[in-house]
Design a protein around this ligand. Structure first.
Ligand code: ADP
Length: 420
């Protein structure tokens, strides 16, 4: 069976976000963790290969992206989509520009678009300038990002600095005038030797309107916003069955290693509502009693599981996190906690848990590895950007949802299970 759309995402939770948008607009989607080492479990319209290439050295990011492209082409993908962050996270070295150019060369195409516009999440592009909410990218928190500080909001300039090929703009005037005007503008840019065009868009209507003009481009690049118009290009429309997963079985558990503000609120809310919760003390992980932690937690959880979801968390407020990091070191604390939470997730599956909610991007990566998950079928959305997924674990099938730090409403932990 061949797929329609093959996607390469430069990070894990961004991949899920893209997959979620495609499902909501009519595609059956699977997300793979890294480049698949085997075929797909069943038929899908789109595959999103989740890489962790955003902050790699650009040669390595290109190599991984090309390998993903090769695999997607063997699956018959008719169009390729390179997904990056809607805040255009990159440095003057890349990786958005170099990966885009490498994919264009490999696909032998002379033109593609680039737009991080994602109106549902407040990302809009106007005259080539990226806005985050009401402010320019360079005035948003991204200005101070530790790895990819974004100090220039003009994406034509930002992308040109990363590219050998010429970068241009499809401005709002063409976008508003509709698909034919965008097609005409693409022809005009091609005649000027422009190879990559930033596209303005400030609303979902804009993204739906331009979609037909993108139909024949072998490669598209963008945030997850542009994806909303693509299923329509393949004759697909929103249908409830694309997000239907097999029935959920087994007990329910929440593993939280995120210390983001939203997650702190979600943990507090769950406890306030009387939910069963176990706090991990990170200092114990390096103590003499470390070996007892996992069996103790599983013994605590076992009698509680039949009554509803249990929460096991290391989630803490910024001052507590700083204190732990000062004692253990930031990296060492992070990976010790991630490893413990992942072992707990696998231990809970052994006790009959079949529905798992994980809070935290890095924490999710660790849990998915430990659970032996390499493909996730994307199901119904719980909150924007966070769907339920269905995956084959080491020994049994699981329902999983992976929430990156700041996503989800305060009642997310209980609300999530009611959506299955
Ligand atoms: P988010 O999506 O909110 O950024 P992540 O899971 O990506 O969450 O990152 C949180 C990081 O903080 C992980 O490496 C985790 O192990 C670490 N961590 C979790 N709890 C604590 C804690 N109490 N003290 C120090 N570090 C912690």
């Amino acid at each position: 069976m061949s797929i329609l759309l093959g996607c390469i995402a430069d990070d894990f939770t961004g991949a899920t976000d893209l997959a979620n948008n495609l499902v909501r607009n009519g595609m059956r989607v699977v997300q793979t963790i890294g480049i698949p080492q085997r075929g797909l479990d069943q038929d899908f319209d789109a595959v999103v290969v989740a890489l962790k290439s955003r902050n790699l050295e650009s040669g390595e990011a290109i190599a991984q992206s090309l390998e993903a492209l090769d695999w997607l082409r063997t699956q018959g993908a008719q169009q390729i989509y390179f997904k990056y962050c809607s805040t255009f996270d990159s440095t003057p070295k890349g990786n958005i520009g170099p990966v885009t150019e490498a994919l264009m060369d490999a696909l032998d195409t002379d033109f593609t678009i680039a737009t991080p516009a994602f109106p549902d999440n407040g990302r809009s592009v106007f005259k080539g300038y990226l806005f985050v909410g009401d402010v320019l990218l360079s005035e948003s928190g991204m200005r101070d990002h530790p790895l990819t500080p974004m100090t220039d909001p003009n994406l034509v300039r930002v992308l040109q600095a990363q590219c050998k090929k010429k970068v241009g703009l499809i401005s709002y005037q063409s976008v508003l005038a509709g698909a034919q005007a965008v097609t005409d503008r693409i022809a005009e840019l091609r005649a000027q030797n422009v190879s990559i065009a930033i596209v303005d868009a400030v609303s979902n209507e804009d993204l739906y309107r331009i979609a037909p003009a993108l139909k024949n481009l072998p490669l598209l690049t963008g945030g997850s916003g542009v994806a909303i118009g693509l299923p329509g290009n393949f004759g697909l429309i929103t249908r409830p069955e694309t997000s239907v997963l097999p029935p959920a079985l087994g007990y329910q558990a929440i593993i939280s290693g995120s210390c983001s503000e939203a997650t702190n609120r979600q943990v507090a809310y769950f406890k306030q509502q009387g939910g069963a919760a176990y706090a991990i003390n990170p200092l114990e992980l390096v103590s003499e009693s470390a070996n007892a932690i996992l069996p103790n937690i599983l013994a605590w959880a076992k009698p509680l599981l039949p009554a509803g979801p249990v929460l096991i968390y290391s989630t803490a407020k910024p001052d507590e996190v700083r204190a732990i990091q000062a004692k253990l070191g930031m990296q060492a604390a992070g990976s010790a906690i991630e490893n413990m939470l992942a072992s707990i997730a696998q231990g809970l599956v052994g006790l009959g848990v079949g529905q798992i909610l994980v809070a935290g991007g890095e924490t999710s990566g660790a849990c998915v590895r430990e659970l032996g998950v390499d493909q996730m079928q994307i199901g119904p959305q719980i909150d924007p950007g966070v769907p339920w997924c269905y995956a084959q674990g080491k020994h049994q099938a699981l329902h999983l949802t992976l929430k990156s730090g700041n996503f989800g409403t305060d009642d997310f932990f209980t609300k999530a299970f009611s959506k299955l």
